[in-house]
Design a protein around this ligand. Structure first.
Ligand SMILES: C[S@@+](CC[C@H](N)C(=O)[O-])C[C@H]1O[C@@H](n2cnc3c(N)ncnc32)[C@H](O)[C@@H]1O
Length: 284
């Protein structure tokens, strides 16, 4: 692939998904785009990128562009990834809302960039484990991603042996999955707790409604500073005044957005800069 075409590919990805493709990533583009190129009848990745580059600014097949963008995103995910955010969900966020929302008994959670579904399903399993504590409460979990392929996988709720061995405690596997051939299927009671929807984080998210908790993990790392700030700004708009934002282990708001601050003593957990959770809990 020529350096000029690679540059155009990088620009297309930045515009469509926020992904920053460094100059040293030509090999990655080649390997990830080769199957897309074959599928679309091109000789190789270079021919596909060349064709896209020639079309740039003049439209181009939106389905082909979507396939290219999806192929270039990193979809790695696993159940209870990093564990701590899920402990914080159970021990910090849930107790807060069980008090602060005791009138409404309704909590909305957004798993932004959910990939193949392990994150929202992990949250659903934590909720299920609460038993009588959450009886009579409504918890909505909305899980979104840019990738149609990942959403389809997530909706199907089928995981390989390798995927269920990464992070998922064995008791949870026994309780919430059934074997289906050489795969594991998530139980209908967990499946129905999550709604999946296509959403690009670069687009306005206000139509998704307001949220009490936003998990936006391991996606900002792929964006430049400006895009990170824009996405965090949008999340701030839809997060309840006493809401929580959870970022990935390698992500922070520091030096990027002044809309959030870290919750004291809770690494990775953010609240609105002006939030005062002590008083918010009293509201009911
Ligand atoms: C590494 S996965 C993270 C999955 C999960 N949050 C976790 O931490 O395990 C990153 C996901 O972000 C999605 N993604 C990348 N750019 C996006 C964008 N602009 N809008 C929405 N999703 C995006 C990718 O499709 C991918 O599924």
């Amino acid at each position: 692939m020529s350096p000029q075409d690679f540059k155009k590919l990088a620009e297309l990805l930045r515009q469509r998904s926020g992904l920053v493709l460094g100059e040293d990533k030509a090999y990655l583009a080649e390997s990830r785009l080769t199957p897309v190129a074959r599928h679309w009848g091109f000789n190789d990745a270079a021919a596909l990128v060349g064709a896209l580059a020639r079309k740039q600014g003049k439209g181009g097949d939106p389905k082909l562009i979507a396939d290219v963008v999806e192929a270039m995103t990193t979809n790695e995910s696993f159940f209870f990834r990093d564990q701590k955010p899920f402990d914080q969900f159970r021990d910090v966020m849930l107790p807060h809302f069980l008090n602060a929302r005791k009138q409404r008994r309704h909590v909305r959670i957004w798993s932004a960039a959910c990939s193949s579904g392990q994150e929202p399903y992990s949250l659903a399993m934590v909720l299920k484990e609460q038993g009588a504590k959450v009886q009579g409460w409504q918890f909505d979990i909305l899980a979104t991603d840019l990738s149609r392929e990942m959403l389809q996988r997530a909706e199907t709720g089928l995981y390989t042996q390798f995927e269920v061995q990464r992070g998922l405690p064995i008791q949870m596997l026994a309780k919430y999955f059934t074997q289906d051939g050489d795969r594991w299927r998530i139980s209908p009671e967990i499946r129905k707790m999550v709604t999946f929807k296509l959403h690009n984080l670069l687009e306005d998210c206000r139509s998704l409604g307001k949220f009490d908790i936003v998990f936006c993990r391991n996606v900002l790392i792929y964006f430049d500073q400006q895009t990170k700030a824009r996405v965090l700004g949008q999340i701030a708009e839809v997060l309840a005044d006493d809401g929580f934002l959870v970022l990935g282990g390698a992500e922070t708001v520091l030096g990027i957005s002044d809309r959030f601050k870290m919750m004291p003593g809770q690494r990775g957990l953010y609240i609105h800069n002006k939030a005062d959770h002590a008083t918010a809990s009293q509201r009911g």
